[in-house]
Design a protein around this ligand. Structure first.
Ligand code: NAP
Length: 307
């Protein structure tokens, strides 16, 4: 069985996936880094513990209208764990047996764990962000002032994580007011939701504190000729910048940050650590995230990190 092959619903019906299979499920799925990251981490786990000898991580291209049938088949075929990516993270919540409290708040699941009665859903994106900020920028969300751009799935996970982590203030800006209002309604129902201050892009809020962190969770920057979502010159000079986008590795926003020497990082560390957390949930074992980072960078044709 080839872990780089793109499998389909038809394969799920006809191919025998022996051992302990795991998979990422999305549409499209061709460019996912998850198989490279997870199979690198599994290589390391196999060296440490023989119970991982038959574990393997595959990729499946499953269209939204196929998801219900596919999840039932994955379960029947005993796939121990699934990562869900675009566009399945929200739809899957109605198709599984249980959803963790945090994932319910985040409105999405990215990690499913097999149980006799069905799959249980978790969301590790917020955890990935937390670890990424710590490792790349030496930042904790606790007591921090955060400006979050976007109101889609990634912003929602980040916003919930900021509040759970005890941020001091959370400014959330979005282009479309109705999408922003939906997010604010969810956050307003959480303890700490009163720390949220919404604003409509491209205007920024006034009276910002001297220190803070800007997180871009919009998809503006995914195309190499996209402009930055805001002009960084409007933020106090000590504010740091985290762009959830990792491909391209340097967006126009990060380019602006680099030009004036602001601390900055892209979203690769978030991607790696959400994946590492998924594998820890499935394996109940510590996972080598550095190994996953090296595999992700290799897949993106980036040079190895020197830390
Ligand atoms: P999504 O649900 O489609 O949300 C997209 C967001 O981007 C919305 O808030 C949308 O605003 C905003 N947006 C799109 N085009 C814009 C434009 N031209 N100007 C201003 N705002 C614009 O997507 P998502 O799943 O949240 O993902 C958002 C980004 O995070 C993507 O780039 C994705 O690759 C990245 N991401 C990274 C990781 C990681 O591990 N590093 C994980 C998840 C996501 P409107 O409401 O106005 O449409």
């Amino acid at each position: 069985m080839n872990t780089e092959t793109i499998y389909t619903l038809k394969d799920l019906k006809t191919v025998e996936f022996s051992g302990t299979p795991l998979a990422v499920v999305g549409h499209p799925i061709k460019h996912s880094l998850s198989p490279a990251m997870h199979n690198a981490a599994l290589d390391r786990l196999r060296e440490q513990d023989s119970r991982f000898l038959d574990w393997a991580y595959y990729r499946f291209d499953i269209a939204p209208e196929q998801l219900a049938e596919a999840l039932a088949l994955f379960h029947k075929r005993s796939f121990l764990g699934l990562n869900l990516t675009i566009p399945h993270k929200v739809q899957a919540m109605e198709l599984i047996q249980g959803v963790s409290v945090d994932a319910r708040r985040m409105g999405a699941v990215n990690t499913l764990v097999w149980d006799e009665l069905g799959y249980d859903g978790f969301n590790t994106d917020g955890y990935g962000l937390l670890r990424g900020l710590d490792l790349d920028l030496g930042l904790s969300l606790k007591d921090a002032s955060i400006m979050l751009l976007g109101s889609g799935g990634a912003a929602r996970a980040a916003a919930v994580q900021c509040i759970l982590a005890g941020c001091a203030r959370l400014y959330i800006g979005n282009r479309t007011p109705t999408h922003l209002q939906d997010l604010i309604a969810v956050l307003g129902a959480m303890p700490g939701g009163e720390r949220v201050q919404p604003f409509i892009l491209p205007e920024l809020p006034q009276g910002l504190p001297e220190q803070g962190l800007l997180i871009n969770a919009t998809s503006l920057g995914l195309q190499s000729d996209d402009p930055a979502p805001i002009d960084l010159a409007q933020l106090p000079t000590a504010w740091k910048v985290y762009d959830m986008i990792y491909n391209p590795p340097v967006t126009a926003l990060l380019e602006q940050a680099r030009t004036v020497d602001r601390a900055n990082a892209n979203g690769l560390s978030m991607l790696v650590h959400q994946g590492a957390r998924s594998l820890e949930i499935w394996s109940h074992h510590t996972v080598d995230a550095q190994m996953m980072m090296a595999a992700a960078r290799h897949a993106l044709e980036l040079p190895p990190r020197d830390d």
